[in-house]
Write a protein that binds this ligand. Structure first.
Ligand SMILES: [Ca+2]
Ligand SMILES: [Ca+2]
Length: 370
């Protein structure tokens, strides 16, 4: 039975101060969680933007490979535009991810999704690839604009540089940031240096002077997505630290190779690959010029001779089936991921997915003579 008439002043004070402590404690907890939440949410948004651009690797539906990103339709990365609609290399927004009216004048600037009958593939703009941001600017969880930059970022001597020419860095040829052939220093609109907490450039003094080993490779065609963190400006520690997500070209392009012809290779004389590049569908052809003792020939889309360089040379060892060819002075050609096709001069069409990991499409066997 409850007999006590009330609480003493001391009891009331003890309970009140405990409650006050609890509120303080929970309040600080909630504030921290809220801030950390924004950090993870920002990471999540950055991943979403990456997915809008290159899709999700290995996404299958009903056993069929699905390509969802911008590059699978357009064959290139989205251009960056500043607030005046001018194309820029850094501090712009990839407006093509959510609109085909880049300059906002009411007319579409990007070609509409369509079917290319001859190549048997679909291509061009099929957006939006991401929810359109209300004010035309993609923002992090703190509400600050994301910064998009073409060219891999490094920090060096408290400055930030973007790579403008892809290169290997060795002790012998360090191409130190500051070398204007390879790097451009980032500056704000007032010309002041921007110091983003990006990955540090290596110190050539740390390289073994004997081997002069290749330490790293830097890419001019990488796309950087940067959040300036909680403080919304370059640099800072803890939650103010900048978050950088890099999309390398190797993640959205691949090579295509296969095998054509058999029994002296009388059937297939040429294979042609079709893939989108901005407004058009590009074709690349390989002449089937030789055979492998009745076993046909391997072809490989992924390397090409630049500007018909006379120093380009292919040396093949035909002594064994499945021979190896050496390509001298050839450059790597990037085929954008997505559904692509190969046609032959005998009228056959092969439609297949191109993955960033490399693609062997198998043997093209023709059952009729040309
Ligand atoms: Ca327009
Ligand atoms: Ca920051």
């Amino acid at each position: 039975m409850w007999t006590k008439k009330g609480f003493s002043l001391v009891e009331v004070l003890v309970v009140l101060s405990l409650m006050a402590l609890l509120v303080l404690f929970l309040g600080s907890k909630i504030r921290n969680v809220d801030t950390e939440d924004k950090f993870y949410k920002t990471c999540h948004i950055m991943e979403e933007i990456k997915e809008a651009i290159i899709g999700k690797p290995g996404l299958y539906c009903n056993g069929i490979r699905q390509f969802t990103g911008y590059v699978s339709d357009m064959g290139v990365l989205p251009d960056l535009f500043d607030e005046n609609g001018k194309k820029v290399e850094y501090n712009g927004q990839p407006r093509a991810l959510w609109t085909s009216d880049i300059d906002g004048d009411g007319n579409d600037d990007l070609p509409e999704w369509k079917y290319y009958g001859e190549a048997k593939i679909w291509a061009r703009w099929k957006g939006p690839y991401i929810d359109p941001p209300p004010d035309g600017i993609l923002r992090d969880a703190w509400g600050n604009p994301f910064v998009f930059i073409i060219g891999e970022l490094v920090t060096y001597n408290e400055k930030t540089f973007r790579c403008i020419k892809t290169h290997d860095c060795t002790a012998h040829e360090p191409h130190e940031p500051g070398d204007s052939n390879y790097w451009e220093e980032l500056k704000d609109s007032n010309g002041n240096p921007i110091h983003i907490s990006a990955k540090p450039w290596f110190d050539p003094n740390e390289v073994d002077p004997k081997t002069k080993k290749v330490i790293d490779r830097f890419y001019a065609d990488a796309l950087e997505i940067v959040s300036y963190g909680k403080n919304g400006k370059p640099g800072g520690k803890g939650l103010d630290k900048d978050l950088v997500l890099t999309i390398y070209k190797q993640e959205w392009t691949g090579e295509v190779a296969g095998h054509a012809g058999y029994k002296g290779n009388p059937y297939v004389g040429r294979v042609t690959l079709h893939y989108p590049e901005k407004e058009e569908v590009k074709t690349a052809s390989i002449e089937i010029v030789d055979n492998d003792h009745g076993y046909g020939i391997n072809f490989r889309f992924g390397i090409a001779c630049e500007n018909d360089d006379p120093n380009c040379k292919i040396d093949c060892d035909y002594s064994e089936p499945g021979y190896i060819c050496n390509y001298t002075n050839f450059k790597k050609v990037a085929i954008p991921i997505g559904i692509r096709s190969i046609t032959t001069d005998t009228g056959k069409i092969y439609i297949f997915p191109v993955e960033a990991t490399g693609n062997w499409i198998g043997t093209i066997i023709e059952d009729k003579h040309r």
